[in-house]
Design a protein around this ligand. Structure first.
Ligand SMILES: C[S@@+](CC[C@H](N)C(=O)[O-])C[C@H]1O[C@@H](n2cnc3c(N)ncnc32)[C@H](O)[C@@H]1O
Length: 257
């Protein structure tokens, strides 16, 4: 879900949520990559408290739940996503240790040093990477981990078209070494940084949307918001295909010092 989508009028939120609810993930990622990022975190046990911030409908949360034994709280701004998240938990019989809550990442209701792990895939951009890692740090125990995926530049320079697109979408996009520097400065040891493979965008994010878009356009034929939403998503997919050597998502994993 892009920043632009978030700025669309309140009235259209239902439509946007319906669009994204029809796909398993609301951002680039995959079960394999969630598992890979988790493999760098070696301190978890069945007492651990994990928060998945900007969890959406819970695509990655369900993977985390299968690979960990502690409790997980998924937080998202949109109630419709949390409803689906809760259904996903019930279907998998995870409701005793995985909870979905409506809330905003800029106003989290955790106690200081309550969490062992903060997870966030493709969502921290909503308040900005640097602000997010700084503000969320107080909720982590010393020695606790943060793992977030974030749009990042692969090169110092890139073509104007893609530079303008991203500066408009997310001015906080930056090169990987600057993000790692921000993590160090915020009080984390940078533990690992890796680029998400292309299939996290193509197979797991854009391909499922092709079918969803056709269905959506048929259902809302003539609706300007629906048409605009699909047009934007298609444009974003085309840009990815054209400029993927210049940017992508990167997982940043840090340990609170
Ligand atoms: C790109 S989606 C990623 C969702 C999910 N983590 C995934 O990878 O499939 C970004 C998510 O952030 C949520 N979001 C946006 N602003 C938020 C806020 N202020 N607080 C919490 N969640 C927010 C959106 O509702 C959306 O589910």
């Amino acid at each position: 879900m892009s920043k632009k989508d978030n700025s669309i009028h309140e009235f259209d939120f239902k439509l946007i949520c319906e669009y994204y609810s029809s796909i398993e993930r609301q951002g680039p990622g995959s079960p394999e990559i969630t598992a890979k990022a988790l493999s760098f975190i070696d301190t978890l046990n069945n007492e651990s408290r994990i928060a998945d911030i900007g969890c959406g409908t819970g695509g990655q949360t369900m993977v985390l739940a299968n690979l960990t034994s502690g409790s997980i709280i998924g937080i998202d701004l949109f109630a419709d996503f949390i409803d689906i998240f809760k259904d996903n938990c019930r279907k998998r019989n995870l409701q005793d240790r995985v909870e979905g809550v409506v809330g905003s990442m800029d106003h989290l209701a955790f106690q200081k040093e309550e969490l062992d792990l903060i997870w966030s895939e493709g969502a921290i951009y909503n308040i900005g990477f640097e602000r997010g890692i700084n503000e969320w740090r107080e909720f982590l125990k010393t020695g606790g981990f943060i793992a977030v995926s974030e749009a990042s530049w692969f090169t110092e320079n890139r073509p104007d078209e893609i530079d303008r697109f991203w500066k408009d979408e997310y001015p906080g996009i930056d090169i990987i070494s600057n993000k790692v520097g921000q993590m160090q400065k915020a009080g984390y040891i940078p533990i690992s940084t890796f680029v998400l493979p292309e299939n996290c965008w193509t197979e797991h994010f854009y391909a499922p949307q092709v079918y969803a878009q056709d269905k959506f356009l048929k259902k809302y034929a003539g609706d300007k918001t629906a048409e605009e939403l699909v047009k934007n998503q298609r444009h974003e997919a085309e840009l990815y295909n054209k400029y993927k050597e210049y940017y992508g998502y990167v997982f940043y994993i840090g340990k609170k010092i």
